[in-house]
Design a protein around this ligand. Structure first.
Ligand SMILES: [Mg+2]
Length: 414
């Protein structure tokens, strides 16, 4: 069945005001090193790029699939200009062939980063389309369920909420990094102790360092972490610092703590490096970043053969279809924020900390037209027929970050 249309959308997510629970709990980032970027409340690095790039691929019988890559909406231009021309007229079911064509056509300039984000979105859309065309959920196409439900952990700062919902595991965004010194370390420990108090002694906690610790910091904090039943420390170093990763793993393993990483790694080749160099105990390659469902399957096979679990970063239905059909992926992330509109409708039920994956064809989701604003990107232009929805759950909590018509970003492409 031929692909007859590929549509690309850029979504601009609502911009959070900083006076709710999430705004009060910033996460340290690598750029927090520099004074201009220290005041997270005034300048959130991710605000510059936040949103998503969505692709809708339609086959000749009208069946369509949806895929996306988020936080970094700029992959839309790669998708439109570099990849779409290869897809038009291709057999929609030849997903493996499509992946190889996309990768090899762009390998001179896009083996990682935004290009692979775009490949991920397309791969996801093709799996969604395939499932819808044959009337099966994607997990069935991946070999069927290996578990009825997936054990979940909650990511975010609202630990009372997670406890009340029955979660027994939560990930804490670390508000301070190595650049914040001794005082920041003290505050990190206080934050961890506070979470343990809310979640209870038996709860597992994970620490997301978002590339902002280093080996020196890890040595100094590791012993302190022992008493808090920390399951893993996530991305303690910059993604390219493989030696640093390895050293952090050795240090933390000595205190009974695992190292997780790979959220910002790409393809099977990037994942292989993390495994071969013994950088991680748990891989976290993301379906939206690493190359889509097709690539996660390859990464997972290599990880399992090396005794490394793949617990993908991200909280979306494609991830859950993957995890429920993968023995080596027994745990999944959820991001609960009642004030955030979701990019897709059809989100799964989460009860007592377990995710129930729906059995609808494909991934079982549709675009949520109430999510922020979006522009269709076509032939190098951002079209003006965007939707601007304001019926957010509580609009007063948000500054809706949408470029207006005087924004040169839009105007320049008129
Ligand atoms: Mg992370």
């Amino acid at each position: 069945m031929k692909i007859t249309n590929v549509e690309v959308y850029k979504f601009f997510s609502p911009k959070r005001k900083t006076d709710d629970a999430w705004g009060k709990w910033p996460i340290a980032k690598p750029l927090s090193l520099y004074e201009d970027f220290m005041k997270e409340k005034d300048f959130d690095i991710l605000d510059l790029v936040a949103g998503a790039c969505v692709v809708k691929i339609t086959a000749e019988d009208g069946t369509y699939g949806l895929g996306y890559t988020g936080l970094y909406r700029e992959s839309a231009s790669f998708l439109e200009e570099c990849l779409k021309p290869h897809l038009m007229g291709m057999d929609a079911f030849e997903i493996e062939y499509a992946w190889d064509i996309m990768y090899k056509s762009c390998c001179a300039y896009g083996r990682t980063g935004l290009l692979i984000h775009a490949v991920s979105a397309i791969d996801m859309a093709l799996w969604d389309l395939y499932g819808k065309a044959v009337g099966q959920p994607v997990y069935q196409l991946l070999g069927g369920k290996v578990r009825d439900k997936i054990k979940a952990y909650a990511t975010g700062p609202d630990f009372k909420l997670y406890k009340s919902l029955g979660y027994k595991a939560a990930k804490i965004p670390m508000p301070y990094g190595a650049m914040h010194g001794k005082e920041g370390m003290k505050k990190n420990i206080e934050a961890i102790a506070g979470v343990k108090e809310i979640m209870g002694d038996d709860a597992e906690i994970m620490l997301d360092c978002w590339m902002s610790w280093d080996t020196d910091y890890t040595v100094r904090i590791a012993k302190e972490l022992e008493k808090y039943n920390v399951r893993w420390v996530e991305e303690p170093t910059m993604p390219d610092d493989y030696d640093g990763y390895k050293r952090c793993k050795e240090i933390l393993n000595g205190h009974g703590i695992l190292v997780a990483g790979g959220e910002h790694e790409f393809t099977r080749w990037g994942a292989r490096k993390l495994i071969d160099l013994k950088c991680v105990d748990i891989l976290q390659c993301d379906v939206c970043y690493a190359g889509g469902i097709s690539e996660l399957r390859k990464i997972n096979a290599y990880a399992e053969a090396n005794g490394v679990k793949l617990i993908p970063h991200s909280h979306n239905l494609p991830t859950y279809h993957f995890s429920i059909s993968s023995k080596n992926s027994p745990f999944a992330e959820t991001l609960l924020d009642p004030n955030v509109p979701r990019l897709f409708t059809g989100e799964p039920q989460i009860e007592n900390g377990f995710i129930d994956v729906p059995d609808r064809p494909g991934f079982g989701y549709e675009l949520n037209m109430d999510y922020g604003a979006f522009y269709k990107y076509e032939d190098g232009k951002y079209l003006y027929d965007y939707k601007f929805r304001t019926n957010l759950k509580d609009a007063s909590l948000w500054n809706v970050g949408i470029p207006n018509e005087t924004n040169t970003y839009v105007k320049g492409n008129e």
